[in-house]
Design a protein around this ligand. Structure first.
Ligand SMILES: CC(C)(COP(=O)(O)OP(=O)(O)OC[C@H]1O[C@@H](n2cnc3c(N)ncnc32)[C@H](O)[C@@H]1OP(=O)(O)O)[C@@H](O)C(=O)NCCC(=O)NCCS
Length: 197
């Protein structure tokens, strides 16, 4: 089943190309290609959701809620990763909630380890920032990671996101231990200033 069109997937111009990648809305037919790296321990260790087997994983890829915020990235015609742009509301007081609605996105990413170490994730997340601020007109993007997931927070720092909080033992890992986490964010004005520099 294909997902209903989300605000993200409804943007014109898909697929979109960066210097080395092509990004497009994820589809149920991407389950096998993404499972090829998602099944690896180094891919699943720090991400929010992990699956034990392909049938289970394939089921998630037929869930519109899983697909609607998701893009896949291809390099040379091969799927090498995914990105998530989860649109949401900023925290606000009730009287102005309508002004805060739909002004933010939480970002996520996953790259096939075989494609790592070449700046492809940096290229993809830089693209996501442009998509969020220039195309979707968002005010703020944010993302979270376990503090121990250094490749992820180094990626956020490479693209100019700012560490805004350090959660001390604030995130529960599936191994049953509470771990430190980081929250990063970037405002549209700050992103624009870097584009004009
Ligand atoms: C987080 C993740 C995407 C980072 O992948 P990555 O390979 O480190 O990131 P990039 O593709 O941007 O590559 C950066 C590396 O390539 C190098 N590089 C080479 N050419 C580059 C270029 N043109 N631009 C930027 N970096 C480049 C960088 O120096 C860096 O190497 P270093 O780590 O030795 O300093 C990856 O580790 C991953 O998918 N992890 C599993 C899923 C996960 O944890 N997701 C996040 C959950 S919060």
């Amino acid at each position: 089943m294909e997902p209903p069109h989300s605000r993200l997937h409804s943007l014109p111009g898909w697929p979109r190309a960066t210097e080395r990648l092509v990004l497009r809305p994820a589809a149920a037919s991407d389950a096998e290609a993404t499972w090829a790296y998602r099944r690896l321990p180094e891919s699943s260790r720090w991400v929010t959701s992990a699956w034990n087997d392909l049938p289970d994983y394939r089921r998630s890829f037929t869930d519109p809620a899983h697909l609607r915020d998701r893009l896949v990235m291809e390099s040379g015609g091969t799927v090498v990763g995914e990105a998530v742009v989860r649109l949401g509301d900023a925290w606000s007081q009730r009287e102005v909630a309508h002004l805060a609605a739909g002004t933010e996105a939480e970002l996520g990413w996953s790259l096939d380890p075989a494609a790592g170490g070449r700046g492809l994730a940096t290229e993809a997340v830089s693209f996501l920032l442009r998509l969020c601020f220039a195309d979707l007109g968002l005010r703020r993007v944010h993302a979270r990671c376990f503090a121990a997931n250094e490749p992820s927070w180094r990626l956020m720092e490479r693209v100019g996101m700012r560490r805004e909080s350090h959660l001390v033992a604030g995130a529960l890992h599936r191994d049953g231990t509470w771990k430190d986490g980081y929250a990063y964010a970037l405002l549209a004005d700050q992103w624009r200033a870097t584009q004009n520099a």
